[in-house]
Design a binder for this molecule. Structure first.
Ligand SMILES: [Zn+2]
Length: 237
């Protein structure tokens, strides 16, 4: 193939040669509104706006032809069939944002709930131990957590528990992430960028930074790191 042809092909595909990164969305809340989320957490109140804000994030990604990985909490932010199909149908990935990590049977229970809806889920992240005032907190990390993940058959752990890509048995462990806020002060050195989609809709400033970032990198679903050869610093080139 001549150089000329490859240039034409590249232009026709419309993908500039940008550094590859991964967008990790932790979907912690059922609603953008903290009060509505709190009522959903404590009283189980849901309406047809449940998780609808995720669709707005999908639209932002679509505009820039970017792909992300959405980690849902099966106990609190389980997407319905329509949202699941929308996410997967547009080439994004669904992962498990786990709450109960102490007891492997409770982890398995969450995985089963999510997979009934979303099919096989490859990735998992921890929902941390925050103040349980507005959002129920999870058990967080402990020294048997990775063995639980491996035993349950996850392909990767995406929280960023290591400084480099690493392995625990067959499980690929992702390195530390950066957050959108840090993008304000420095270009991203970490392969993974963590976002909480609610924040994108609460703040115009955050949205503007996000749009800038979407033009700077080529974001692919986190599962693609498994194919790209996670041990190489490929993602940082
Ligand atoms: Zn979380």
């Amino acid at each position: 193939m001549s150089i000329g042809t490859s240039l034409i092909e590249r232009e026709s595909v419309g993908l500039p040669d940008l550094p590859v990164r991964y967008l990790r969305f932790d979907v912690d809340n059922p609603y953008v509104s903290r009060l509505k989320s709190y009522r959903a957490f404590t009283l189980g109140l849901r309406d047809d706006r449940f998780l609808r804000y995720v669709e707005e994030v999908l639209t932002m990604l679509d505009v820039h032809e970017q792909k992300g990985t959405f980690f849902f909490r099966p106990r609190y932010t389980l997407p319905n069939r329509a949202l699941t199909e929308l996410i997967l149908g547009r080439g994004h990935e669904i992962g498990h944002h786990v709450d109960r990590t102490r007891d492997i049977s409770e982890m398995r229970e969450e995985k089963t709930i999510l997979e009934e809806d979303a099919g096989t889920v490859l990735g998992i992240t921890i929902h941390g131990r925050g103040l349980p005032v507005l959002s129920p907190s999870g058990d967080g990390y402990h020294d048997r957590y990775l063995s639980h993940c491996a035993e349950l058959g996850y392909a990767y752990e995406g929280t960023g528990l290591r400084t480099e890509f690493d392995r625990y048995e067959k499980l690929v462990v992702f390195p530390a992430h950066t957050t959108l806020d840090r993008e304000l002060s420095a270009s991203i050195r970490n392969p993974v960028m963590l976002l909480h989609p609610c924040r994108l809709l609460r703040s115009e400033t955050v949205r503007e930074v996000f749009k800038k970032v979407l033009k700077t990198y080529r974001f692919v679903p986190m599962k693609e790191a498994l194919d790209l050869g996670f041990q190489e610093p490929l993602a940082l080139r």
